[in-house]
Structure formats: structure tokens, C-alpha cells
Design a protein around this ligand. Structure first.
Ligand SMILES: [Zn+2]
Length: 257
């Protein structure tokens, strides 16, 4: 399984920045999990191939690129963009984003080939299939309805927390999954902003350490969703945890699991 966190921004020299402003993870160049930078940072091959987008939740940093992606590709879309989300998240998108005021309601529009966008509702806890991937969405503990994912193909299985504060059920569920190749966890704020992390339902390195004690597996664990403003501080605090299999997921790098 090829897995890539797309860049969100660029340095002065044009190289991708390691800072993550937006969340968009591309699997095997054909499926994306969240769509923060989907329009801006996909390669031309990815733009041609990605027609399935799975959403963890409706926060802007996770969906910002979705309306623009559909807009950019509008005339060329042959197979409609399938947006996988819970019905509750779909209702939020239709009410607050694709509402003709913020952006067109693409689910009602067609090009010469037919529909350009379709919603596919998933139910938490029930496995569903997207292309060659089997996905199980597990509710996590965020300010809005948000879902972590267990994602597998024929060979590889990975898990992903999405945005979350402390949680128990997710880890309990994950402990029943065998042969995980990687787990991605969020860690948005540094330790000194623990209060802000709690109000906004995110983790700090200190809280992350506690969370990881609930996980029985020994696969590599990758940290994502580090607030760009606190990037250096959070990296240092994660380093100081001295957890051997814990590392930062590199923005732009293609991982093979
Ligand atoms: Zn969020």
C-alpha cells in the first residue's frame, strides 16, 4: 500500500513545506482520505485517478480542497467523484459548503458525461469497500462527529485516528485488529497548550503518551496533524517522550507499507 500525506504549503524555494496546514492522505494514487489539499497538491496522475474521497469529518482543514477539486475537473469527470462520509457529515456539507452560497451544489450538477459528484453514506463500525480497499470507520472523540479508520488491502492493514482527544473505544477496537503495519495518530498542540487542546478536542504529546499506553500493538506509529505554528516545539516534545516506534509522518513522502 502506497500512502502519502500531501503537502499543504511551500517554502520560498518552491519545495514542499514539512508543516501541515491541511489534511489529505492519498492511498495508491487512487483514493484520498480527507481532502484538505486535494485540489492544490495532487499530481496530474492523482488528479486523473482519484474519484473516491473518504471523509473523517467536515472541519475545513479536512475538506477545503474538495469543492475546488471538483470545480477544477468539472468538464473532464467521467466517473462522478464519490464522497464517502456519514449521513450526518453529508448533511453538514450540503448545508454549509455546497449550498450555492459558499459553493455550487455539485451533487445536483451534471457535465456532458453525467453526474460529477455523488455521496456514499458509510455507517460507523461497518466495513465498506472503496476501490481495492476495505475500510472500517470508528468514532473518535472530536468537537464534531469524527471517525478514525482501519484501512486494509489484500496485503496491508493500517489505522488512523483522525482528529481526536482522549478515547477508549477506538483503542479497544484497534487492539482486536491483527497485523497492523502502521498507526497514524494526531497530535495538534504542544504540552503548554493542554487547555486549548482539550477545548478543541485534540492531543498534546503528554496526552498522546497516555493514549498510546492503551494500544497493545508494536507496529510503527506516525504522528500527523501537528499545528504548523507549533511544529518545532511539538517535534521536540514528541522526541522527548522517547517512544521507540513513534515518529513524525513526513509530508509529501510516499510510504510503502
Ligand atoms: Zn477537526
Amino acid at each position: 500500500m502506497k500512502f502519502q500525506l500531501l503537502p499543504s504549503s511551500f517554502e520560498e524555494n518552491g519545495q514542499a513545506s514539512p508543516r501541515q496546514h491541511l489534511a489529505c492522505f492519498v492511498i495508491d494514487d487512487v483514493v484520498s482520505i480527507d481532502a484538505g489539499s486535494l485540489a492544490m497538491s495532487t499530481t496530474s496522475v492523482q488528479k486523473k485517478q482519484i474519484r473516491d474521497v473518504i471523509l473523517t469529518h467536515a472541519h475545513l482543514d479536512h475538506i477545503a480542497g474538495l469543492p475546488l477539486f471538483i470545480d477544477d475537473l468539472f468538464a473532464t469527470i467521467r466517473r462522478p467523484i464519490q464522497v464517502f462520509a456519514t449521513q450526518e457529515i453529508i448533511d453538514i456539507l450540503e448545508r454549509d459548503i455546497f449550498n450555492w452560497s459558499i459553493y455550487p451544489r455539485f451533487s445536483e450538477l451534471e457535465n456532458t458525461n453525467g453526474k460529477v459528484m455523488q455521496y456514499r453514506a458509510y455507517n460507523p463500525g461497518e466495513e465498506f469497500t472503496v476501490q481495492h480497499l476495505h475500510i472500517k470507520a470508528l468514532e473518535v472523540n472530536h468537537k464534531v462527529p469524527c471517525f478514525g479508520m482501519v484501512i486494509s488491502d489484500e496485503k496491508t492493514k493500517i489505522a488512523f485516528t483522525g482528529d481526536t482527544a482522549v478515547m477508549d473505544d477506538f483503542w479497544r477496537n484497534l487492539n482486536t485488529e491483527k497485523n497492523l503495519s502502521a498507526v497514524l495518530v494526531e497530535c495538534a498542540f504542544p504540552n503548554e497548550l493542554e487547555e486549548l487542546a482539550q477545548i478543541s478536542y485534540h492531543l498534546t504529546p503528554k496526552i498522546l503518551k497516555n493514549e498510546l499506553e492503551k494500544f497493545d500493538g508494536d507496529c510503527p506509529i506516525y504522528v500527523v496533524n501537528i499545528k504548523p505554528m507549533y511544529y518545532e516545539q511539538i517535534i521536540k516534545e514528541i522526541d522527548e517522550l522517547q517512544i521507540e516506534n513513534l515518529q513524525i509522518l513526513e509530508v509529501g513522502k510516499v510510504y510503502e507499507w
